[in-house]
Design a protein around this ligand. Structure first.
Ligand SMILES: NC(=O)c1ccc[n+]([C@@H]2O[C@H](COP(=O)([O-])OP(=O)(O)OC[C@H]3O[C@@H](n4cnc5c(N)ncnc54)[C@H](O)[C@@H]3O)[C@@H](O)[C@H]2O)c1
Length: 363
């Protein structure tokens, strides 16, 4: 029998429960053996809820105790890099919540450590496993949109109120959140844009805090992008739209003229806990491929009915890929380089907005 991959979780707040639920759903292949948090009451409640044996008050203590193959880093953004580097130095693989890090310097530190120590690194981008997202990937790969993509639009259309920012002390501040809508809410749709369009080469953007005076960080941002392929892109992030619309959306135009979209909608299903399933689904609201019979779009109702496809949530799809990557000694579906590109876009918009100039992006 192949032994189960042993996971530890760093930061036992909200999203950590989604990781724990995912691992419970993968129990034949994975076990959650340890967790840590700087808040003792959180780590105690989390351990009890998920039956975790090892409880620690710091990442270093947990990593030094040994007995781990992978850690899932679920801390606020500026605190992603340190535990990933410590894990890599101990030969432990790293799964990190989005975005990879809050700065490019930290991203480079993390990539360097994982390369040096030969450890796997992946950034959560669980929405890539939405059937509607996979359908677009297949359409691109099969050439149905033409030899290349001309245009890509990426939007995050959300609402966040004062109560949201008051929930945790780290939210809404540059030093503890690392940024606003781009850093926290938009990484998923930025990842989609880059996954489909390829590496970005130049970005120009504006950002500001327009109607959330109770926080420091930006609540709205817009940018234009030029890709290595020659394609062009538009990026929009807002937490000022009520009701929310496409919480993450991407529209792509191929040089055949065909256009496809991925639209992630919040599922208004009161009472459903995050830990027990997806809270949004992805549909293809625009789908104009000439060969429609070959590439069927996913409509909203179909996506809702799919749920998370027999697993507890979409994090489980990505963690299943991580387990496969470790066992097969192959790269994970979402790589550290993918994660760094998202950070480069976010920081590129910030720098461009500050200087009024386009920013060159490199891998
Ligand atoms: N993939 C997704 O869809 C998704 C959804 C929500 C949040 N997230 C990401 O998850 C991360 C955490 O967000 P959250 O909403 O769970 O935040 P949270 O505040 O609920 O949880 C963060 C936890 O980290 C702990 N922590 C802080 N510093 C620590 C340290 N040095 N060592 C150990 N623990 C520490 C805190 O005490 C807290 O319990 C962020 O990167 C966020 O962007 C991702």
């Amino acid at each position: 029998m192949v032994s189960r991959v042993r996971f530890g979780i760093i930061g036992t707040g909200g999203i950590a429960n989604t990781h724990a639920a995912a691992l419970a759903g993968l129990a034949d292949d994975a076990e959650l053996v340890a967790c840590c948090d700087v808040a003792p009451e959180r780590v105690a409640a989390f351990s009890e809820r998920w039956g975790v044996r090892g409880q620690f008050d710091s990442a270093r203590a947990m990593l030094d105790a040994g007995g781990l193959d992978v850690v899932c880093v679920c801390t606020p953004h500026p605190l992603h890099a340190e535990p990933l580097v410590l894990a890599a130095e101990r030969g432990i693989h790293g799964v990190v919540e989005k975005p990879l890090t809050s700065t490019l310097e930290d991203a480079d530190r993390v990539l360097e450590a994982s390369t040096k120590h030969g450890t796997l690194l992946t950034v959560m981008a669980q929405r890539r496993w939405f059937p509607a997202a996979q359908r677009i990937r297949q359409a691109i790969d099969s050439g149905s949109l033409g030899p290349s993509l001309l245009l890509g639009e990426s939007v995050c259309e959300m609402w966040r109120d004062a109560a949201y920012y008051a929930r945790d002390a780290w939210r809404g501040r540059w030093d503890t959140e690392g940024g606003g809508v781009l850093m926290n809410q938009a990484p998923h749709n930025i990842d989609f844009l880059l996954w489909y369009m390829g590496p970005p080469r130049e970005i120009f953007g504006y950002w500001g805090n327009l109607n959330h005076p109770f926080v420091e960080i930006e609540d709205n941002a817009v940018a234009v992008i030029r890709f290595a392929s020659g394609g062009l892109g538009i990026l929009k992030g807002t937490v000022s739209m009520r009701p929310e619309r496409r919480i993450h959306g991407v529209t792509l135009v191929g040089d055949s003229g065909a256009t496809v979209s991925l639209d992630c909608w919040q599922v208004q299903d009161a009472g459903r806990r995050v830990a027990t399933g997806p809270w949004d689904v992805g549909s293809n609201d625009v789908w104009t491929l000439a060969d429609g019979s070959e590439q069927r779009p996913i409509v909203h109702q179909e996506a809702v009915a799919y749920g998370s496809g027999g697993l507890p949530n979409f994090h489980a799809h990505q963690l299943r890929d991580v387990i496969g990557a470790i066992r097969e000694s192959r790269p994970p579906a979402v790589t550290g380089v993918d994660g760094r590109r998202v950070v480069a876009v976010i920081q590129g918009v910030y720098e461009s907005g500050r200087t009024g100039r386009p920013v060159t992006l490199t891998d």
